[in-house]
Structure formats: structure tokens, C-alpha cells
Write a protein of this length. Structure first.
Length: 166
């Protein structure tokens, strides 16, 4: 019975070094990282691209929005804490619900999520190669975005504020 005891001990010691569900560190995005992300997204939007078989012509740039960043962080935190991957939150919330709760007064919102691609550049390429995500990236109706990342889980929220139409 020494072997199972040793295996149990090793498993317990190993498990103590694994992060627990509640232990995660949201990536604090610096101003330069946000600027770099904006530039990458806006380069794609300025060039236009194919989203699947559909050509999406160039569209105007997006700018960073702190409330959309907050909504993205709330969703990334929820998915990390509750170990799921979906656009619908663990409480049933939608991107619209989260954006509103974060203080974003929206006319239109959209969301991209991804996990496991490493860098933002690789994640952006994966979104570009996915027709639905690509259409969000190239949607000329969106003029703002915010991004959050936790443990290589990325959330990108887009929006068009209703305030600019009031």
C-alpha cells in the first residue's frame, strides 16, 4: 500500500501548485497594449478582408471604451471563475446586459471570445479566420471596443453608443 499512498501524496502536492478556480489574475492592459490592440484591429478594418466567402470592405476605426473593457472583464472573470466558455454569462446575461451594467449606453453591441491562442495577435488572426467573429471585427456600425484577457481567455466587446445619436 505504499505505492498508492505515494501516488496520493504526489497528486496532493502537485494539486496544491495548480491554480484554483478562484485564483486568477486579470491581465492589466497598459496604455501601450491597448493602443497596439486598437492599431491592429483598425489596420484590419482599414484594409477590408474576406469573412469566410463574403468580402467585407474597409470601414472606419474603433476607439477604446473603458465601459466596454469593463463589460469584457466581467465576462472573462465569470467564465474563468465558473469554468465555462460561452457568450451567455453564468447568470444568463448577454453582452447587452453586461454592457448596460458596465455603464455603456448602447445602440448596438457585439462580442468576440477566444481561448488558448496565446498572444493578442494570434487571437486576432483566429477571429479574422472565423466568419462570425470576422463580421464583428469588420462591422462598420461599431465605433468603440474594449478588450479583457484572463489566463489566455480573451473577450472583445464592440459597441455603438446611443449617446452620439441623441
Amino acid at each position: 500500500m505504499i505505492v498508492p499512498k505515494a501516488a496520493t501524496t504526489i497528486a496532493l502536492v502537485f494539486a496544491s501548485f495548480l491554480p484554483q478556480k478562484d485564483q486568477f489574475k486579470p491581465a492589466h492592459l497598459s496604455s501601450s497594449e491597448k493602443r497596439s490592440m486598437l492599431e491592429a484591429v483598425n489596420r484590419l478594418r482599414a484594409k477590408g478582408c474576406h469573412c469566410g466567402r463574403k468580402y467585407m470592405p474597409p470601414v472606419g476605426p474603433v476607439r477604446w471604451n473603458a465601459n466596454l473593457e469593463k463589460a469584457a472583464l466581467v465576462h472573462a472573470s465569470d467564465m474563468t471563475r465558473n469554468n465555462f466558455f460561452a457568450h451567455k454569462g453564468s447568470n444568463g446575461s448577454s453582452i447587452g446586459d453586461r454592457a448596460t451594467k458596465a455603464g455603456y449606453h448602447w445602440m448596438a453591441v457585439g462580442e468576440n471570445i477566444a481561448e488558448g491562442y496565446g498572444s493578442f495577435e494570434a487571437t486576432l488572426l483566429a477571429w479574422k479566420d472565423s466568419p462570425g467573429h470576422c463580421r464583428n471585427l469588420m462591422n462598420g456600425g461599431y465605433d468603440e471596443m474594449g478588450i479583457a484577457e484572463i489566463n489566455d481567455l480573451w473577450v472583445q466587446d464592440f459597441g455603438a453608443s446611443i449617446e452620439k445619436y441623441e
